[in-house]
Structures are given as structure tokens and as C-alpha cells.
Design a binder for this molecule. Structure first.
Ligand code: NAD
Length: 281
């Protein structure tokens, strides 16, 4: 029988654990504060920012919301980040992506103090992950590792194939699987014979951004399949990069969309906010 990996339940568990930890920290006089910056009013970004604020409220983390107009200049945004970097009462700074086209994303992410970069996108944090040093880890791949661990899915020695090499999912995912002693292969849009490579995977992580692209013939019998994709189809229903109906019967375990990887991203953001206190000390 295929095990459905319940990201909603695991993320609720993590948030409850963090809530307890935050309450203990409050008793010691430590308050955690996350600054969330949104530029413009992209509807998907507004939904994500709303969810992040709600999670902060639930856990007991203070959140500061900076909702800036679409026409905000790069300099103005960098100035705000500079001020937040300097504030002792602000532990985490998050700039919701994507940014409007006139603002250079790379420059903005580089401006966030690495010890406040709770999204884990700063090159210093990516470098720390690469060499196995302490730092913030990108939330979606960190959440996937939590799902695997909490479902007691062994990574060590397993053939792990990641489809996608983005900076926020594919690459950090590969590094984390490697850290867990998996045998890791990264595939991408130029990979030849993709099906041949993915069919070797004991653990297949799919982060392509193409609705239902991965069908049963890409998957080995008994594999664990993690679907990172999020799309809205013509009926306004959510689906992933994996064709769930054809793939699920072949797997030993699979994440659904919605309710799989998605909720874990916010839970791990909250985890990073709590961790930020220790990193800043
Ligand atoms: P991206 O567009 O930055 O990267 C996609 C990757 O897929 C690229 O590296 C590309 O080489 C690869 N790719 C494209 N076509 C391919 C093909 N035909 N064969 C093999 N590889 C191919 O996307 P991303 O930011 O990594 O996100 C991937 C998906 O995950 C998107 O659907 C996104 O919405 C979703 N996502 C979900 C969460 C979450 O919290 N659940 C977080 C981040 C991203």
C-alpha cells in the first residue's frame, strides 16, 4: 500500500513544538521578531505573506509587515533592509519573491545580514550548507528532509534523484540529501534520457515547475516520490509536477499536492526564525 506523506500534519507538529519553545524563550525574556517585506501586490505573494504572518501569530513570533508599493525603488528597499539589519529587536528579515522587474533580486538578497536571512538564500548561507557549516537552510528542501525523517524513510546509501537545479529548491535539496549520505544525482532541462535516470531513484524529488510532467514511466516500483510543484489547473484545482493518479500506485510513499511539501515550507521558516536567536548570539 502506498503511504501518503501528510505534510499538513507534520507541519502542524513542528509548529506546535516551536510554539512550546517560543513560550519558554519568552519566559527567559527573549522575544523573536520577523520582518516581512512585500513589494507590489502580486496576489500569490499576498497569500504567502498572509500565511507567514498567521504562522508567526500561532507560534508567538512577532511579525512586522512592510507592504511597499510596486514602484518602490531598489535604493529605497536596500535602505529599509539596512535599517532592519541594524535593529537588535529584529531577528529575521524576509523579502517576498518575486520582486518587480526593476529591482535586482540578487542585490537585495545579498543585502540581508546572513544571520537574519531566515529564507537561507544569502550566498553565505548557501556556502555554509555546501561545506556543512551552521547557517540557515532554504525552507522547502529543509522541510522535505523533515518529512523523510519523520516518516522514518532512510536516506543513507539510497539512490536519490532530484529533478530541477534551482537555487531555492533543486541545488540545496541535492546538498541536504548528500549531507544525509544519499547517493545523489541532479537532473535538469538539458539532462539526456531523463526517464532512465529517474527510474533508478529510490527517492525522487521533483521540482520542475511543469504540471503533471512526471508520469508512472519515470518512477521505479516502490520509490518514494516528493512533489515540490504547485500549479492551479483549468478547474482552479491545485496539482503538482507529478501525475499523482498514475504515479501513486507505483510508490511506497508519495507527497500529495496540496498537503505535502507546501505546508512544510512555512513550518521551516518558523524553525529558522527560532534558530536565528542562537545564531545571532
Ligand atoms: P525553477 O523554474 O527555478 O526551476 C525549474 C528547474 O526544472 C530548472 O532547474 C530546470 O532545469 C528544470 N527543468 C525544467 N524543465 C525540465 C525538463 N523538461 N526536464 C528536466 N528538468 C527540467 O523552479 P523552482 O523555483 O525550483 O520551483 C519548481 C516548482 O516547485 C514550481 O512549480 C514552484 O512553484 C514549486 N515550488 C514550491 C514550493 C513549495 O513550498 N511547495 C517552493 C518553491 C517552489
Amino acid at each position: 500500500m502506498t503511504q501518503i506523506i501528510d505534510g499538513k500534519a507534520i507541519s502542524a507538529q513542528i509548529k506546535d513544538e516551536l510554539k512550546g519553545k517560543v513560550a519558554e524563550m519568552k519566559e527567559q525574556g527573549i522575544e523573536i521578531c520577523l520582518a516581512v517585506i512585500q513589494v507590489g501586490n502580486d496576489p500569490a505573494s499576498t497569500v504567502y505573506v498572509g500565511k507567514k504572518k498567521k504562522a508567526c501569530e500561532y507560534i508567538g513570533i512577532k511579525s512586522l509587515a512592510y507592504e511597499l508599493p510596486e514602484e518602490t525603488g531598489e535604493e529605497e528597499l536596500l535602505e529599509l533592509i539596512g535599517k532592519l539589519n541594524g535593529r537588535k529587536d529584529v531577528n529575521g528579515i524576509l523579502v517576498q519573491l518575486p520582486l518587480p522587474k526593476h529591482i535586482a533580486e540578487e542585490k537585495v538578497l545579498a543585502a540581508i545580514e546572513p544571520v537574519k536571512d531566515v529564507d537561507g538564500f544569502h550566498v553565505q548561507n548557501v556556502g555554509s550548507l555546501c561545506v556543512g557549516k551552521k547557517g540557515f537552510v532554504s525552507c522547502t528542501p529543509a522541510g522535505i528532509i523533515q518529512l523523510l525523517k519523520r516518516y522514518h524513510i532512510e536516506i543513507e546509501g539510497k539512490e536519490c534523484v532530484v529533478i530541477g537545479r534551482s537555487n531555492i529548491v533543486g541545488k540545496p535539496m541535492a546538498l541536504l540529501l548528500l549531507q544525509e549520505n544519499g547517493t545523489v544525482t541532479v537532473t535538469h532541462s538539458r539532462t539526456k534520457n531523463l526517464k532512465e535516470v529517474t527510474s533508478r531513484a529510490d527517492i525522487l524529488v521533483v521540482a520542475i515547475g511543469k504540471p503533471k510532467m512526471i508520469t508512472a514511466e519515470y518512477v521505479k516500483e516502490g520509490a518514494v516520490v516528493i512533489d515540490v510543484g504547485i500549479h492551479r489547473n483549468a478547474d482552479n484545482k491545485l496539482c503538482g509536477d507529478v501525475d499523482y493518479e498514475s504515479v501513486a500506485p507505483k510508490c511506497s510513499a508519495i507527497t500529495p499536492v496540496p498537503g505535502g511539501v507546501g505546508p512544510m515550507t512555512i513550518a521551516m521558516l518558523m524553525y529558522n526564525c527560532v534558530e536565528s536567536v542562537a545564531l545571532q548570539q
